[in-house]
Design a protein around this ligand. Sequence first.
Ligand code: GLC
Length: 532
Amino acid sequence: MNLDVPWWRDAVFYQIYPRSFCDTDGDGIGDLEGIRRHLDHIVRLGADALWISPFFRSPMADFGYDVSDFCDVDPLFGDLDDFDRLIEAAHTQGLRVVIDWVPNHTSSAHRWFSEARSSRDSPRRDWYIWRDDRSDAQGGSGPPGSPGRLPNNWLAAFPGVGGDTFPPAWTWDPGTDQWYLHFFLPEQPDLRWGNPEVRSAMADTLRFWMDRGVDGFRVDVAHGLGKDPALADLPPELAPLPVASINDRSETHPYLAELRGVLDAHQPPAMMVGEVFLPTTPQVARYYGSADRPELQLSFNFPPLFAPWDAAVWRQRVEETETSLGPERWPTWVLSNHDQVRHRTRYGGSEERARAAAVLLLTLRGTPFLFAGEELGLEDAVVAPQQRGDPGGRDGCRAPLPWDASADHGWAKGSPAWLPWPPEASGARNVAAQEADSDGILHLYRRLLAARRASPALRRGTWSPLDAHDGLLACLRHHGDDRRGVVVNFSTSPQPIPATVAGWNVEVASDARPAGPGLIAADQALLLHPAH
Ligand code: GLC
């Protein structure tokens, strides 16, 4: 066994959106204690690490991604003692803990921003990005602070509830007569990472949590930190997109390298997985840095998440990931998170497909990230317009997690949960019901995670595609003398199992539907091992 493989390469991560995991104090919103009480579910699943979405002090304009104090717990979720208890319990049970870290922006309620906006002379002014009105000479027109005077054509990320166009990425500050930049909501002003004081203050927030024992950070909008210093207009073809989805600047790389230095200098060192929300995998690859100047240890790579349920598209995205990242930069795989419609829903809603997708996700080369609830086969909740609260329209995937079939679904009695329950929460789609069904999707995830843990080929081996019939994605995983085959049938009819692995034994099947000798059923996936 190779002892210098870092833990996060071998790990399976489990993402928890704390509002939605389990409420213990009766306010209808999940809390840190709710996570602590259910760590056994994650251990039994076989995951190795948690990623906990933000629980820091926040006015909750973006449900916690608008942080007003990076070094405290919002009272909705508990307090620092709850966090200490949670991390201690997680470590005792062998789980690593990675927390969200939101360096691109603060809340507009953060003390730093209050100070910055108090006067143009404030020592904090330069911590954020301010611009004057566009002058007449620059083509501006209209009264001060009006749309005709916007400093450039950049757009922010959220269209607002029910909206379909993106608002400007600038908000006018009438107190000081300048615009400030925000890639997301006006309540999320962007920090100016070119300012060494900002970098140093943010590095301190990392040290604060490392000293409390966290094992790593999920870096929100990691690709957003560096900005074009000229703040130039985007070309017409890019201008309709939110600037946060295309900002890919060389300025960001030294900042990430510096942060990596901060993590590496801590004992024990911590890791970071970056949210690099850019359209192509070759762009994502650059955020790992180089051997002599490393940046992120892991990066999310969203092009596969955006692939439809289609074998040819998936093969292309997996091959592109293999080629762009090469042997040194370790890939990650994710199908669902708190920002996207759950994959079962996206792929059309069938449980068979969700089960086949689980085999796909957990047998690719790289570190998989599960989103709490996918192991129950959850679909997005149907959220009525008047119940929607998220400025990005992402409420459905954030529905609360049902622990049992009772009316409260294992959440504390008190207020109703903050969002409606996902479909079938009182039937098959809760932890207790899935626990009792040994053929259910929860047990499939457990079998897959156990198979992965037991097989060096699955955890660390090479990935090579096999020739296969249209509609199939098939591969070999190989490490030393350990080999596995994986066949995923994306099509709606049975297909022949590729010849190379046709005689192999089934180690895990996504479901028990028989397809006939030598065949794999529609929307089915098989993990195979050599017959001898
Ligand atoms: C990231 C988060 C998303 C949040 C945004 C702004 O994309 O995943 O939930 O709204 O950053 O912080």
